[in-house]
Design a protein around this ligand. Structure first.
Ligand code: SF4
Length: 107
């Protein structure tokens, strides 16, 4: 075996054995900014981004995930700590997690 083909990425045989389902590939290469669970949270003075996948109604897709939610509504649902958790995961540049759902998918 030559030194050139010793790395897995260089070996066509090895590369051919990797199987990535299309929906898993989307999750593996996606970013939070492309995910439907990343929504705008309207506060009193500013709009921030937050991930609402932890909210049963949206995470289970029982309800359409809105583009924007009011902070007061969230406060009523999950309390102050819940909102902080939602905002903590509101980073559009972050690598998508396993719960990623593309905004472009139909609902
Ligand atoms: S990829 Fe995961 S963490 Fe990011 S917005 Fe979607 S559900 Fe939230």
């Amino acid at each position: 075996m030559s030194a050139k083909s010793s790395r897995p990425g260089d070996n066509k045989l090895w590369g051919g054995h990797r199987l990535l389902l299309p929906e898993m590939r989307e999750k593996a290469v996606g970013f939070c900014g492309e995910c439907r669970f990343l929504v705008q949270i309207q506060g009193r003075e500013e709009v921030r981004l937050g991930c609402v996948v932890s909210l049963q109604r949206y995470g289970s897709l029982q309800r359409r995930v809105p583009e924007k939610l009011h902070a007061l509504e969230l406060l009523r649902l999950v309390g102050r700590e819940g909102i902080e958790e939602i905002l903590k995961r509101g980073r559009p540049e972050a690598q998508a997690c396993g719960l990623f759902q593309s905004r472009n998918q139909g609902f």
